[in-house]
Design a protein around this ligand. Sequence first.
Ligand code: AMP
Ligand code: MG
Length: 484
Amino acid sequence: MNKINWNFDNTYSNLPESFISKTSPKPVKSPELVIFNYHLAKELSLDFSLTDKKDLSKLFSGNLLPKGSNTIAQAYAGHQFGHFTMLGDGRAVLIGEHISKNNERFDIQFKGSGQTAFSRNGDGRAALGPMLREYIISEAMHSLNVPTTRSLAVVKTGEDVVRENILQGAILTRVASSHLRVGTFQYAAMRNKESELRTLIDYTINRHYPNIKKSKNKAIDLLKVLIELQIDLVVNWMRVGFIHGVMNTDNMAISGETIDYGPCAFMDAYDPQTVFSSIDQFGRYSYSNQPNITKWNLARFAECLIPLIDPNKDKAIEIATETINNFDKNYEIKWINMMRDKLGLFGQDPKDLVLILDLLTWMHKNKADYTNTFCILMNENVQKNKIYEDENFIIWKKRWEERLKLNNNNPEKFLKLMRSVNPLIIPRNHKVEEALEAANNNNLSPLIKLIKILEKPYDKQQENIDYQSPAPLGNKKYQTFCGT
Ligand code: AMP
Ligand code: MG
């Protein structure tokens, strides 16, 4: 095999022993590459152009470990649907931290690579469908300009995984700016060793937020940074109609990237209560509850930091509470500005909020497609739909057009703004399912086509107009399952 320019510098392994468990990916029977992300490899300054498929299969199944890797499973805890438990990488292994030519650090992680010390009763394995799903959606999110972990490869293992059915096993290579989670801090806090917590905070700040390295109160500044990043993230989700589906604290990354694509999906008809996950019975992680849950998770993060915010516990709680309570105000500001962008509105008008809410209410009442309604406003050629002839929509549109006049600039500018934030193409649920089903039956063409189309979600792709439409009426309600 030709030499691949991996450049590993594995800092996480130097954390206190309790944070890690040395472990290797468990070799698989007959690895076979399904898909490989050459664009991403290039961004990582890795050149696989001379590596043949057989070697890629060995490399990205863990059967052949790259030089310089140091394989570990990470310890973490988390609130799952509100209940606190000890977790950890039960089916994932960190291969190492690769440094690109731009001096950026990336975690290279295998998901589905066999049992670890944290597997509890699980088999440590993953199935082909969910791993390809993570590949499709995470790469789509990246192209939609939403911060996210990335997907480098999916390899079939040649082994069965037993779930409700027997499925084909697969391993995903995930690339992330780190795998530090709120749950990592919960784990450190639960151990009640202040020195370990301090080490984790310093590690996080060195790795992600060096500009607060010299801050007087690192803990509170880290909390403030995370609040802003998570607000930006959830506002982005709201912008594109993304529903994460399992916003447990272990699935909230300290880097501010979207992480852990399990039962996530994109909303079609606008309904704030939309839930796709089969296990989310009470709508805890519904579309409109995502900001509340983000705040709730941040409060759990703040709790971990209390001992380092102030030696006086009451004072520390007071400071943390005050900081967390800024969430609502800051979220509202960023959300309304995002919605203004979606409508091409520059500046501020006191009636903007009502204008926005009236559109959303109309969409909800009329089951209008969230993505396509904004396409209609941009005069895009989307599937014809009589609802846009509705009188109330026409009246609303007149009010919007009046408001656009206040922009006080060239009319082309508002369309340019709208085009930069309103995708024409999102991963439509039925298209994702179609691609996964074909891939399960060894036909990769629909998958490859879908991934290619999703690389340019803001571009007109006249020949792919059918990828802009929601599932045909009469399709049964879409449901997703946790990616195990
Ligand atoms: P997730 O739903 O992917 O966020 O996973 C939640 C927790 O369950 C994490 O600690 C995972 O490592 C663990 N887990 C999920 N699937 C498996 C599996 N097949 N075997 C072992 N652990 C698993
Ligand atoms: Mg998880």
